[in-house]
Design a binder for this molecule. Structure first.
Ligand SMILES: Nc1ncnc2c1ncn2[C@@H]1O[C@H](COP(=O)(O)OP(=O)(O)O)[C@@H](O)[C@H]1O
Ligand SMILES: [Mg+2]
Length: 343
């Protein structure tokens, strides 16, 4: 990004790394249309991801995390889901304005994505070697033998056992963990600048989750790659994030460097997520779940979207919609009545 382009981009006011962001989402609004009506699933979402950092996007299921990721990648199922407003600036260029062909070229090469479910995203009729070679050869002019060598190399790096033999395996011959390693290999093989990982280990056995996440983070560091890691697991966030954005009902409700978020969460929703975390709740000897559910897009409360589940809601919270704003201490959150955090 040029210096002037960097200056023209309004950066998030939460303390952030120096320099300009690699990816900057500005005012994203994404809608879903059902039964002739259109509802926001993501609203007023801005997010900056800087070189080499891991930004975590957290929130319960249904908050709009995947829709945010798919909006960035331009892989939304349109219709019914569609980006309506905003910019997605990658190195200063708005991805939403690129021709489809340019966007295809950027995917895998500059920005790549790993999905939650490795079973549905691998074509059963191709071998592991075929699918990785296909990613390589659709972007680089290399011979088949060279693509195969690169595929073997990347599979070794992501910790697939017997990587060279596995080049000739079909997806059904692999365990869930192995399939996810193949997906990670596909996402990394072209050395992207940024990786979007949408709940990359959620579908796997607990025992392999930590291993795979560990390997993924190692690769992120080794490659100096940026990462947008989507998860509903705050223990994962505590372990790997540099900065965190908390999402609720289609909006970011708090954003902070990871230490600040865990030491002193400001939004009642963030506080609720933390109280539901075993390590934080240890003193009370029980987990405290957040009562109620994330509202569906059709039933968004008119005021604060979290008000129906919030024990601190005051009159204003039911009628007025809070904006994401900075408090005098420089903390960024969306709340009219913030309270000190008590575990
Ligand atoms: N293809 C779709 N059609 C209709 N609604 C959808 C579609 N995809 C997602 N949604 C809705 O958008 C909201 C956000 O979904 P999603 O981004 O998948 O949440 P998360 O990833 O945080 O669990 C949910 O209410 C979900 O029901
Ligand atoms: Mg999701």
């Amino acid at each position: 990004m040029t210096a002037s382009a960097a200056r023209s981009v309004e950066t998030a006011s939460a303390p952030a790394p120096d320099g300009s962001p690699l990816l900057s989402v500005r005012g994203l609004r994404t809608t879903v249309t059902t039964g002739g009506e259109t509802f926001d699933v993501v609203r007023d979402l801005s997010l900056d991801i800087y070189p080499n950092e891991i930004m975590c996007l957290v929130g319960e299921s249904g908050c709009g995390k995947s829709i945010t990721a798919l909006s960035i990648m331009r892989l939304l199922p349109t219709p019914p889901v569609r980006v309506r407003e905003g910019e997605i600036l990658f190195k200063g260029r708005d991805l939403l304005r690129l021709k489809n062909r340019r966007m295809r070229r950027l995917r895998s090469d500059s920005i790549s994505m790993i999905f939650q479910d490795p079973l549905t995203s691998l074509d059963p009729v191709f071998t592991v070697g075929d699918v990785i070679a296909e990613v390589i050869r659709s972007h680089r002019k290399v011979k088949g033998s060279e693509a195969r060598r690169m595929a073997g190399e990347v599979l070794t790096k992501v910790g697939l056992p017997d990587p060279i033999t596995r080049l000739d395996s079909y997806p059904h011959e692999l365990s869930g963990g192995m399939r996810q390693r193949v997906m990670i290999a596909m996402a990394l093989v072209l050395d992207p600048d940024i990786l979007i990982a949408d709940e990359p280990t959620t579908a796997l056995d607990v025992t392999v989750q930590a291993q795979i996440l560990d390997q993924l983070i190692n690769e992120q560091r080794r490659r100096n790659m940026s990462m947008l890691l989507i998860t509903h697991d705050l223990a994962v966030v505590a372990a790997v994030a540099d900065r965190v954005a908390v999402m609720y009902a289609g909006e970011i409700v708090e954003e902070a460097p990871v230490d600040e978020l865990f030491e002193n969460p400001r939004h009642p929703y963030t506080q609720g997520l933390l109280r539901a975390l075993p390590q934080v709740s240890i003193k009370r000897e029980r987990l405290v779940p957040i009562p109620g559910l994330v509202p569906p897009p059709q039933l968004m409360p008119p005021g604060c979207r979290f008000a129906p589940r919030c024990s601190y809601a005051v009159d204003r919270c039911w009628t007025e919609h809070p904006e994401l704003a900075d408090d005098p201490e420089g903390r960024t959150f969306r709340c009219f009545n913030p309270q000190p955090f008590t575990a």
